[in-house]
Design a protein around this ligand. Structure first.
Ligand code: PNW
Length: 446
């Protein structure tokens, strides 16, 4: 393998920041400490009998040294998530002050190190008590989420510098409620569509709640978006409407994609949760769109309900997840967002990869595949910026190896290795490469 060329630098907009992302259940551990309530991921991972987030990276106790690690890499922005059941154990009622205090320490620790703290309110860890009251399939959960958002705005609005309502509502709705692969493990398409609607509604309600409480801090939502590839234009359009436009259009235009909406209604009957007035709330102005990009989706026409379209297994270079490596997909996606949705500010809130070919050599984990992945995707980002797309953040997924949901700890996305036996953090080559890339951009010596 040849080493990647030195990265192109310069040309990024004023105010652009490089950072890394994590999520509460994937790194914190300490699931029974300081009054934290149970979440649907505690319940689901224990029920599945595999790995759980009980200890994870023990970040709840190691946050200070983890922040030092970030500062040492020159990271400028840190995207973390707040565990709803840590700050409001039953997902309603009074706050748990010890849970809130943890996030205040974390955020102030970021500020002390010159790192911008960006908080995600929902990265999939619904309080189990809300699930027992019906979960995202009931409208009340959206109202409770708005109250939680208001509480967080009051508690942390003076220090958090960016707010993200939801992470990847498609994954929550479809993988969590149609395919049953993620918590809460439901398999029912009509429920999944109801859940998607309530997630979107709760996003709009949370924007309203935050707007009056967080000063000028930007507010957005993060979607997992995939550029679609394939020869059957009908199948490609259906998959694109299902996965990308079902979330983009309501948030950015106040409409559901009409053809797919009619198709769902023919297939499943009326969708009673979908009150037309909700779209005004869902489309409240946001300050940026968060984009998680991993790979393109290759689509073919098939008999598979409800879309009559299926994703084809990736070919060529793939990651340990089986996801195709294609930085051109990031460029295409960014250009498409600008063409279809106008000049909105975009934050890449996740981008990265798990690979199996890492090995420890003289105290550094050599991960050439990840260095290549990050380098190619940052080049694609720079090309999109040069072509006029307004991109303001890049958060690598992830700072640390962590609990990769139903795949457990085997899939390692970190730029920093976690030795789970000792909780030691060991830099990977990609972390050093990223440090040098940021330093070169800032004109420092590397
Ligand atoms: C995202 N898919 O999940 C999440 O935001 C992270 O928590 C996660 O660790 C990361 O990506 C890596 O998986 C996704 O199947 C999970 O399309 C599945 C899909 C997409 C994103």
């Amino acid at each position: 393998a040849t080493a990647p060329l030195p990265a192109v630098t310069g040309g990024l907009p004023e105010g652009f920041r490089f950072g890394a992302a994590t999520a509460a259940y994937q790194i914190e551990g300490a699931v029974r400490e300081d009054g934290r309530g149970e979440s649907i991921w505690d319940r689901f991972s224990h029920r599945m009998g595999g790995d759980t987030g009980d200890v994870a990276c023990d970040h709840y106790h190691r946050w200070e040294s983890d922040l030092d690690l970030m500062a040492g890499l020159g990271l400028e922005s840190y995207r973390f998530s707040i565990a709803w059941p840590r700050v409001q154990p039953d997902g309603r009622g009074a706050l748990n002050p010890r849970g809130v205090a943890f996030y205040r320490r974390l955020v102030e620790g970021c500020l002390e190190r010159g790192i911008e703290p960006v908080a995600t309110l929902y990265h999939w860890d619904l309080p189990q008590a809300r699930q027992e009251a019906g979960g995202w399939a009931v409208r009340d959960t959206a109202l409770r989420f708005a109250e939680y958002a208001a509480h967080m705005g009051d508690a942390l609005g003076d220090v958090v510098q960016g707010w993200i309502t939801h992470n990847e509502p498609w994954v929550v709705a479809i993988l969590g409620h149609a395919l049953g692969r993620k918590a809460p493990g439901v398999r029912d398409w009509p429920t999944a569509l109801t859940v998607a609607h309530h997630l979107l509604l709760s996003h709009g309600l949370a924007v309203d709640a935050l707007r009056s409480r967080v000063g000028s801090a930007p507010i957005g939502i993060t979607l997992n978006l995939n550029p679609m590839r394939g020869d059957d234009t009908g199948a490609v359009a259906r998959m694109d409407a299902h996965q990308n436009r079902w979330f983009l259009d309501p948030v950015l235009r106040g409409t559901y994609p009409v053809e797919l909406l009619e198709h769902y209604q023919r297939t499943f009957g009326p969708l009673p949760s979908l009150n037309p007035e909700d779209l005004d709330v869902i489309s409240r102005p946001i300050d940026f769109l968060g984009v998680n990009y991993y790979s393109p989706t290759v689509v073919r026409a098939s008999a598979e309900p409800p879309l009559q379209a299926s994703a084809v297994a990736a070919r060529g270079r793939v990651t340990a997840m089986g996801w195709e490596v294609d930085a051109g997909g990031l460029y295409d996606l960014l250009l498409r967002l600008r063409a279809d949705y106008g000049d909105l500010e975009i934050w890449i809130t996740e981008n990265g990869a798990a690979f199996d070919d890492e090995r420890l050599v003289d105290g550094v984990v050599e991960d050439a595949s990840r260095v290549a992945y990050l380098s190619e995707h940052l080049d694609a980002l720079r090309r999109a910026v040069a072509d006029g797309v307004n991109v303001a953040r890049y958060h690598a997924w992830s700072l640390l190896d962590n609990f990769e949901w139903e795949h457990g700890y085997d899939k390692r996305f970190g730029i920093v290795r976690v030795d789970y036996a000792t909780q030691e953090r060991i830099l990977k080559r990609s972390a050093l490469w990223y440090r040098d890339h940021i330093a070169a951009e800032r004109g420092g010596r590397i």
